[in-house]
Design a protein around this ligand. Structure first.
Ligand code: ADP
Length: 406
């Protein structure tokens, strides 16, 4: 087939629920690539759709091209990234036992790269839904990139009847996208749908944002920001209204019942409380909760809420943050499973300060901006990038000073 003619498949490097990933070699120029064979049509479609939109973002994995096979499996040709943040944390934890660990400057640089990647997703109204250290891949040069978009969704404006899995309202990705392959089974928009899309303010906003983000200065060959361009500079040069990054739109995602997202997403330890209570109209904020868990783990080198089951997950959260009631989050009692799962009163919650012992007050306050019950009170990725934490001493180290596991 076409892919065999262009790539040599080398060893398998990983496998997940729906996918096998191989290291491969592009025959034309010997470039090492990752070949991700996805056995689930929905998941493949979601990953391709999201990645196409996000191409050009310095902290999102590069999709070189993709192939659909006749059996509806897809093969994605991705840039090859050897390691991930989970390994960075594991190595640092080992060193910490010998007195080392991550420096504050390193932690800040990792965090900023994650925030840049998440900001790219959220300004495009893409919710990743499975953010965790293992899905944050890392290059030998210390560049961190969001990967595994198999659960990602594009959020839609309310009342907009999701055009079933139809990518047409979105522009194709930018710079690094080489393939001209068309997605299969994408029927042309009906005139009525065209009418809708052309009048929905959401798409106008989206287009505007996309134009702005595509001006980011990215080396076209490596997809790495030019020279020493700091991640912050790339992100904050755009004057995007912060409000747009909050979910003004109630949620409808392509590919699920309109207005009804599944709550069974993500990896338990990083799952937001609204998901654990069965919410189906959540928004971008579920990623912000996961971010808080990841930041806490970078700071302490231990998972923040390592639940062993969904109930245990919730009880760990409640033991730290306190009771989840309408005082903590107005409206939470309306969550689908709120009446079904109840916990005994927690009189003296542990508090995030105690969970983050040995962290500075600035660090605790950063995590607190993300780990809060009320999704509308979580800080956006853009707000956090502007946080003084990242411009104060000790400054984030340059990429070249990040220690990447061998
Ligand atoms: P799944 O959606 O099934 O979890 P992932 O995208 O997480 O699939 O990939 C599974 C594993 O394959 C990852 O944990 C990682 O080890 C490896 N992998 C995935 N993408 C790449 C890549 N671009 N470069 C190198 N290894 C990768």
């Amino acid at each position: 087939s076409e892919i065999i003619a262009k790539y040599q498949v080398l060893e398998r490097v990983g496998s997940g629920a729906y996918a096998d990933v191989y290291r491969g070699r592009r025959l034309s120029d010997n470039l090492t690539v990752a070949l991700k064979e996805i056995h689930d049509y929905q998941s493949a479609f979601r990953e391709i759709d999201a990645l196409q939109i996000l191409q050009g973002s310095p902290n999102v994995i590069v999709l070189h091209e993709y192939f659909w096979r006749e059996d509806e499996d897809a093969v994605l040709v991705l840039e090859f990234l050897r390691t991930d943040l989970a390994s960075v944390i594991a190595d640092a934890a080992k060193e910490q036992r010998e007195g080392g660990g991550l420096s504050v400057g390193e932690i800040k640089r990792w965090m900023m790269q994650i925030l840049c990647g998440v900001d790219s997703c959220h300004r495009n109204m893409i919710v990743h839904r499975d953010l965790k250290p293992g899905n944050l891949l890392v290059s030998d040069g210390g560049v961190l990139k969001l990967a595994d978009f198999g659960q990602a969704r594009i959020l839609m404006e309310p009342g907009f009847d999701a055009v079933e899995e139809n990518p047409q309202p979105y522009e194709q990705g930018t710079s690094n996208y080489e393939s001209s392959h068309q997605l299969p089974e994408a029927p042309p928009l009906t005139s009525q749908e065209q009418e809708i899309t052309s009048h929905v303010e959401y798409f106008e906003v989206l287009d505007e944002l996309r134009t702005k983000s595509s001006t980011d200065d990215v080396d076209k060959d490596t997809n790495i920001p030019d020279g020493n361009t700091s991640c912050l500079a790339t992100c904050t040069t755009s004057d995007i209204d912060d409000d747009i990054l909050k979910t003004n739109f109630s949620v409808e995602a392509v590919g699920e019942e309109p207005g009804c997202l599944t709550s069974c997403v993500g990896t338990r330890w990083f799952r937001a409380p609204e998901l654990l209570y069965g919410s189906t109209d959540y928004g971008l904020e579920i990623d912000l909760w996961s971010l808080g868990c990841i930041f806490a783990e970078l700071l302490t080198l231990q998972p923040l809420f390592p639940g062993t089951a969904d109930i245990d997950q919730l009880s760990r959260i409640i033991n730290v943050l306190g009771n989840l009631d309408d005082k903590a989050w107005p409206g939470c009692s309306k969550l689908p499973d709120y009446g079904i799962i109840s916990f005994s009163n927690v009189e003296n919650p542990i508090g995030l300060e105690a969970s983050l012992s040995n962290c500075s007050p600035d660090e605790v306050s950063l995590v607190k901006k993300l780990i809060c019950y009320d999704p509308s009170r979580r800080a956006t990725a853009m707000e956090l990038l502007r946080d003084k934490y990242f411009s104060e001493e000790p400054l984030p180290v340059p990429l070249s000073e990040l220690r990447v596991p061998l």
